[in-house]
Design a protein around this ligand. Structure first.
Ligand code: HEC
Ligand code: HEC
Ligand code: HEC
Ligand code: HEC
Ligand code: HEC
Ligand code: HEC
Ligand code: HEC
Length: 376
């Protein structure tokens, strides 16, 4: 899915970043997007209408008078709702972070952190690398604040945790489960769209729904992450890149493996998709979703593909098929209290959470040795 041809519905969050000048007039129309982060009335961001302009119901003068430092809700007005609803994409970020319990997030809950306490912003360059976007304005890391060997070294068992930090990122042990406050979408199958809205299955931890607009969605909560090596880089699928017609197309696979000294194991949410692709030219289709002739109006893939592909400047053979995709969403938020962290048996026990062979080990490294042993 892409932004081209869907401008207005998408740009309320995918805003133009035009704050190069240093005029601090918060009522000036040209600086209107200041309020999405600096309004403290809580009315502005939630009522932002199409195309990035605020809804008529917002009292701009009131909002402008209320200007203050951003709180979690300001940032969350975009980041918690990507993908068209609460917690849809990330799984570790949703509206529960407005007022989280400590057990959900020790930093934003117990310690009252705002987003920018970790995502430090200098001259509006907000640090923090994402796994999907190309712009990076600096990185954020747990060890910006914590020691690289943060566990009590005088205890042999805790010092063993320190030794693990060369191969495992902090998040692996300290975000043992994700989607702990709300379900997150794990499968989005666009090929099943066009039918009546229907709940197919629902339990406390899972729901399967058919949406006429969006197709089949599976949402789950309290999930064990997928683990993969990550050296700080992700590949990204770009418009026009070939898809894997018979298998699964990786949209943003993390880079690095067991032999890469820069890489550590990191926790991920996997988001599976079934998306329209060009059956002859083998690239993904950017459909027009919103507005006149858009899929959400016509339920006609053919027409929305023609319009969308033209807007995106991509070739379209006229033949549509559906292909499987997968996205990796890195888990960085909702750090649990220390005593809930994964410990020895959670990984090295018989029901361990890690598939060591898939990660490149010959078996459980506590038995066969890890890369630490090899480098000695
Ligand atoms: C509620 C706010 C919001 C709306 C509306 C929105 N996005 Fe996004 N989108 C985001 C945010 C925030 C990100 C950055 C990653 C993140 O934090 O989820 C993002 C990232 C993306 C990405 C890159 C990552 C990915 O998921 O592939 C694409 C592509 C994207 N959006 C497409 C769209 C399209 C197309 C629309 C309109 C149909 C749209 N977005 C509407 C908030 C939004
Ligand atoms: C994406 C969110 C975001 C947007 C949009 C935004 N700001 Fe900010 N702004 C921040 C953050 C984060 C800080 C740092 C707050 C802190 O120190 O805790 C900040 C700080 C400031 C400060 C304090 C001085 C400084 O640089 O630290 C001023 C003044 C300011 N912003 C003005 C503006 C103006 C004017 C606009 C519109 C042109 C704007 N901001 C748009 C997030 C934003
Ligand atoms: C108006 C909607 C909006 C608001 C408000 C907003 N963001 Fe974003 N943010 C986005 C979108 C969209 C992206 C993806 C940018 C892209 O892919 O080009 C993004 C990207 C990011 C990234 C990923 C790094 C990067 O440079 O791509 C971080 C970190 C981030 N935002 C943090 C914050 C913080 C912290 C705040 C509050 C101070 C905030 N955002 C407020 C929409 C928003
Ligand atoms: C305790 C520190 C901390 C707090 C608080 C925090 N983040 Fe993050 N966040 C991180 C770290 C660490 C990363 C990974 C960044 C990197 O690799 O450069 C990250 C990454 C991100 C990304 C990139 C996508 C991803 O998940 O990998 C976005 C977007 C983001 N944070 C938004 C937010 C928003 C919005 C808030 C407030 C609701 C917030 N963060 C609060 C630590 C924090
Ligand atoms: C901006 C600074 C900052 C960043 C970044 C940060 N932390 Fe913290 N963290 C703190 C502070 C301050 C405390 C409270 C004092 C302490 O326990 O060290 C804390 C506490 C903790 C605790 C102890 C919770 C408990 O039960 O007592 C854990 C675990 C933790 N952080 C893990 C992480 C992880 C994992 C990351 C990266 C995703 C991270 N931190 C990023 C500042 C930070
Ligand atoms: C292999 C799993 C694992 C890794 C990797 C890991 N931790 Fe821990 N961590 C734990 C466990 C388990 C505890 C609880 C220890 C206890 O019972 O006292 C803990 C405790 C903590 C505490 C609480 C203070 C303390 O000494 O008890 C902090 C803070 C912390 N870890 C931060 C981090 C940071 C930062 C990283 C990355 C540099 C990290 N951890 C990597 C498993 C891990
Ligand atoms: C989150 C999963 C996880 C947890 C929790 C964990 N381990 Fe490990 N352990 C690993 C991985 C992965 C390796 C391989 C590390 C490497 O390649 O260096 C490893 C390696 C080892 C090794 C072999 C080290 C070597 O010489 O190569 C031993 C022994 C070990 N772990 C014991 C422990 C003990 C004791 C604890 C609890 C204090 C613990 N592990 C907690 C995943 C884990």
């Amino acid at each position: 899915m892409g932004i081209e041809s869907n401008w207005c519905s998408c740009t309320k969050c995918h805003a133009g970043y035009g704050w190069e000048d240093d005029s601090f007039d918060f009522t000036d129309k040209s600086g209107i997007d200041c309020l999405v982060c600096h309004d403290t009335t809580g009315t502005y961001a939630e009522n932002k209408g199409s195309c990035g302009y605020p809804d008529d119901s917002v009292d701009l003068a009131e909002a402008a008078k209320s200007v203050g430092k951003p709180d979690r809700g300001n940032c969350g007005s975009c980041h918690w709702y990507g993908g068209g609803g609460n917690n849809v994409k990330h799984g570790d970020m949703g509206k529960a972070l407005a007022d989280p319990a400590r057990k959900l997030d020790v930093h934003m809950g117990g310690l009252g952190f705002q987003c920018q306490d970790c995502h430090t912003a200098r001259n509006h360059k907000i640090s923090g690398k994402s796994n999907t976007s190309s712009v990076t304005e600096g990185t954020v890391s747990c060890t910006d604040c914590h020691e690289k060997r943060p566990h009590n070294a005088s205890s042999p068992l805790l010092d063993e945790l320190n030794d693990h930090c060369d191969a495992l990122s902090c998040q692996v042990c300290h975000i043992p489960e994700y989607a702990r406050a709300a379900k997150t979408t794990t499968l989005w199958d666009w090929s099943k769209s066009g039918e009546e809205n229907k709940v197919l299955e629902q339990t406390d931890d899972m729901e399967k729904v058919l949406s006429r607009k969006k197709g089949l969605m599976v949402r789950k909560s309290n999930l064990t992450p997928h683990y993969a090596w990550y050296n700080g880089k992700h590949k990204r699928y770009l418009n026009g890149d070939p898809v894997n017609p018979d298998g699964v197309t990786q949209l943003n696979p993390p880079q690095g493996d067991i032999t890469d000294p820069e890489a550590k194991i990191a926790p991920y949410k996997l988001m599976h998709g079934v998306e329209p692709a060009d059956a002859e030219l083998h690239h993904l289709i950017v459909p027009k979703l919103f507005g006149e002739g858009g899929y959400f109006e016509t339920y006609d893939w053919q027409q929305s593909a023609e319009k969308g592909m033209a807007a995106a400047g991509l070739d379209f053979s006229g033949e549509i098929t559906f292909v499987k995709t997968v996205m990796h969403w890195r888990l960085n938020h909702q750090v649990a209290p220390a005593r809930q962290a994964l410990s020895c048996l959670d990984c090295h026990g018989s029901e361990g959470v890690m598939d060591f062979r898939a990660l490149g080990y010959d078996g459980d490294p506590a038995a066969v040795g890890g890369r630490r042993a090899e480098s000695e």
